[in-house]
Design a protein around this ligand. Structure first.
Ligand SMILES: CC(C)(COP(=O)(O)OP(=O)(O)OC[C@H]1O[C@@H](n2cnc3c(N)ncnc32)[C@H](O)[C@@H]1OP(=O)(O)O)[C@@H](O)C(=O)NCCC(=O)NCCS
Length: 191
């Protein structure tokens, strides 16, 4: 059970040209807009997470409504988003099934950084870094005793520079455009 209910939407602050950063609780965010951004962000990738390949409808999951979403807006367009969820048990974190079954992470409540997406036209501006950093700050503010985040192998630096260390390695099953299963080496980091 995630416990994101404590945070409420914050006023959007301009931080880069026309871009504005805001925090939105999942109950206040239009999930159709979130879904559209996730679809656009994954569309150019050679392989996508399972579930996104056939029906975009499953691109929003049961955690979205109760999560905190870091949102970057250009006027009314959502151009980047990233989710922060907070849990009383490691067993409840999103994607728990991907990690080794006997894995435990200490420090409750535990925050999870997940579902980071940046629209293709807005990449390379540092938006992923901004969203990582603010989600960590929000997690600490909400009392998280540990924070986890998973990345594709080779991209650990993004979280290591925020003080995360690798905890375990695992394989994520993606689906190619031709419908084939693609295994992606991934790493779970903890702070
Ligand atoms: C990955 C993604 C969010 C990067 O967005 P971005 O705004 O261009 O990122 P920034 O400009 O802030 O910085 C790029 C950082 O993203 C990292 N990155 C690139 N591809 C990545 C991936 N697949 N997984 C994790 N991190 C990735 C790079 O390593 C880089 O970090 P570095 O500066 O430490 O090398 C964007 O390409 C995207 O939405 N891709 C599709 C969805 C996805 O792969 N999400 C990642 C889930 S962890």
């Amino acid at each position: 059970m995630s416990r994101g209910g404590a945070a409420r939407t914050a006023a959007a602050e301009p931080f880069l040209g026309n871009l504005r950063l805001s925090l939105a609780h999942g109950s206040e965010l239009d999930h159709a807009i979130l879904l559209e951004l996730r679809r656009d962000a994954w569309a150019p990738e050679p392989a996508v997470p399972p579930g996104l390949e056939r029906s975009w409808a499953v691109g929003v999951d049961e955690h979205d409504a109760n999560a905190i979403h870091g949102c970057v807006w250009e006027r009314r367009r959502l151009v980047a988003s990233a989710r922060l969820t907070l849990h009383d048990r490691f067993a409840d974190v999103p994607d728990r099934g991907l990690y080794p079954p006997d894995l435990e992470v200490e420090g409750m409540p535990i925050a999870s950084l997940n579902r980071l997406v940046v629209a293709p036209g807005y990449r390379g501006l540092g938006l992923a870094h901004v969203l990582d950093e603010v989600r960590c700050r929000w997690a600490v503010g909400l009392g998280a005793q540990a924070i986890i985040g998973a990345v594709a192998r080779g991209h650990e630096g993004r979280l290591e520079r925020l003080g995360f260390t690798p905890k375990t390695f695992f394989e994520t099953s993606f689906v190619s455009k031709a419908g084939a299963q693609v295994s992606k080496p991934s790493v779970l980091l903890v702070r």
